[in-house]
Design a binder for this molecule. Structure first.
Ligand SMILES: [Zn+2]
Length: 289
């Protein structure tokens, strides 16, 4: 179901990339906020979904701002048995080993971000989301400590965000703090520290070169991109299914002066696979057309 066709791009090629795709594709120009392409192949579903690890840059920003986390401090992601609780282990059970901040973001290391989130007052996390116009469901404000931790690293299926707002929030991280609203109204200018944004951006650059976004870069080819992936708890029509996951991918290109911002959500799969491959195909198309 095509909701809106391309303006600056020829929509035909995008339509063929979107054909029969069970998921969501959203493209904007991050320099002027213009909607470029908007596809929802999940009829009857609103744009609200669990967002998995794509929440991590905002958790990180809150912790860095409050000075509760030292990004220079190396952290060791240890191996853990697969049956240990999600809040005690990384998604990568062999362990990522020693990581700095950008590497942890690039690999989306859960243990690193669980430790970071454990130092952060939850209200500052919610404040950052509010600043970026990411509206959270009301019940998310009244969680127990474990649920708060899970929300801050993207493991909680009740953290549902509007995917259009999510891409626009990321665009503000990348374009120097310009938060474009959806309806072409006056943008909000966010005060973001250059150092903090540099760290997040470096994590997204590394994601595409050594981390979970590598499949997207392989598809795009030579032009460097920025990326972040997410493998989110599966929740359709309000029903959570623990055995399945949604794939998310957010990417920007070209890396040195990003114009195109792309969000892909695939109904089933992993961010680093289904999300990154489709996201790479779309970024490649944007760069070539
Ligand atoms: Zn890890």
């Amino acid at each position: 179901m095509i909701v809106m066709a391309g303006i600056a791009l020829q929509a035909g090629g995008l339509d063929s990339l979107a054909q029969n795709f069970e998921g969501i594709i959203y493209i904007i120009n991050i320099q002027n906020g213009q909607d470029i392409y908007c596809y929802n192949g999940l009829p009857g579903e609103p744009w609200l979904f669990p967002v998995g690890s794509t929440i991590k840059p905002f958790t990180a920003l809150a912790a860095l701002r409050k000075g509760v986390w030292d990004p220079e401090q190396p952290f060791c992601c240890q191996p853990a048995p697969i049956d240990s609780p999600l809040t005690k282990r990384c998604w990568y059970t062999p362990g990522h080993g020693v990581l700095n901040f950008p590497e942890a973001l690039a690999h989306s290391c859960n243990l690193y971000f669980l430790e970071l989130a454990s130092k952060l007052d939850y209200k500052f996390f919610l404040e950052v989301l509010e600043e970026f116009k990411l509206t959270v469901p009301d019940n998310l404000r009244f969680q127990n400590q474990t649920q708060k931790l899970k929300a801050m690293v993207g493991l909680d299926y009740s953290l549902l965000l509007n995917l259009k707002s999510l891409l626009r929030a990321y665009a503000a991280l990348i374009n120097g703090g310009i938060l474009f609203p959806e309806n072409n109204q006056t943008p909000n200018i966010l005060k973001l520290s250059h150092d903090n944004i540099f760290l997040i951006r470096e994590g997204m650059r590394l994601s595409a070169t050594i981390g979970t976004g590598i499949k997207a870069q392989e598809v795009v080819g030579e032009t460097p991109i920025l990326s972040k992936t997410g493998t989110a708890p599966y929740c359709m029509e309000g029903r959570y299914i623990p055995s399945k996951t949604h794939a998310l991918f957010i990417g920007f290109a070209p890396e040195n002066n990003p114009v195109w911002g792309v969000l892909v959500m695939a109904k089933e799969g992993m961010g680093a696979l289904e999300g990154a491959i489709k996201g790479g195909q779309i970024l490649k198309y944007c760069l070539q057309n």
